[in-house]
Write a protein that binds this ligand. Sequence first.
Ligand code: 5GP
Ligand code: MN
Length: 321
Amino acid sequence: MNNTFQEIGNVLLNSENILLYPHLNMDGDAMGSAVALCRVLRSAGKNCYVLIEDKVPDNLAFMDHGYCTMDQNIMGSPDVSVCVDCGDEGRFPARVDKFRTSKLTVCIDHHRTTENFCDYNCVDPGSAATGQLIFKLIKEMNLPIDKETGEALFAAITTDTGNFQYSNTTEETHRIVAELYESGIEANKVSVAIYENNSIQRLMVNGKILETLETILDGKCALCYVTQAMLEETGAMMEETEGIVQQLRALAGVEVAVFLKEKDENTTKVSMRSKSYADVAEIAASFGGGGHIRAAGATINHSVTESLEIIKQKLIESLGA
Ligand code: 5GP
Ligand code: MN
């Protein structure tokens, strides 16, 4: 059972020291949602930080005006810890101990595979972005959405909807964004910062990745991978491979796109996307991961080439015939 925005808002407004936990490998929704909530809670006089465990991606750094910290001693035991866009402890592994020191825990998330694991939970898989839930929570708390908060929420929503293109985009998504314009957001400026800020190394590594492209099941599934060697050769960073899986899904006839990232010789991160009917959250969950019907991921404890075979086998079982 979910708690209401009112209940969660009251918990936050009755607290002084608050830490926010976006998921590992932050995306625009995790970052934008956490920054927006942090900013409004500070405006209400709260001592609030976004606690992170990995670097803010370059194209999202424009939102961080002193909100994000890796310093777990930035405050003692917080009154409240809030998971933002992240629904299980495996999504913030290096911060779990700190999370557990909190007097109360809250989860605000929209992943299908999230189970209520906090004292207060708002998990809505029907919401295109956690940013939409944060918007409603802020309204419920009667806190102001200024331009900076509005742009963080816009960043959250544009990224998780594939710029309003994915099937999770609804009338409500557009209504919320329309209301954000009232706070003076410069949507094009945010989009340029997020989407038109790529390095040449990124383009070069994508070229190498595309050489690994293969399809199975008569072109229904497209798969490709990146290795550490490709990153070294091109000088690209792993996060610069973001977006390639969507390009695979965009191929005619492809229902499921899979992208594998070699973390080390025994660890592979898998990203999956589906176009119109396959449930990739279920496939990811069978490997201990999760996500949404149309976008999900997992970590497989095998080499990238072994993981490729494992995933192909699973896809053939799930989607073959
Ligand atoms: P991406 O492929 O962009 O890394 O992730 C796609 C979606 O699946 C995101 O919503 C992300 O939160 C979720 N996801 C990715 N990897 C994992 C994982 O290992 N566990 C869970 N529970 N969700 C994941
Ligand atoms: Mn999200």
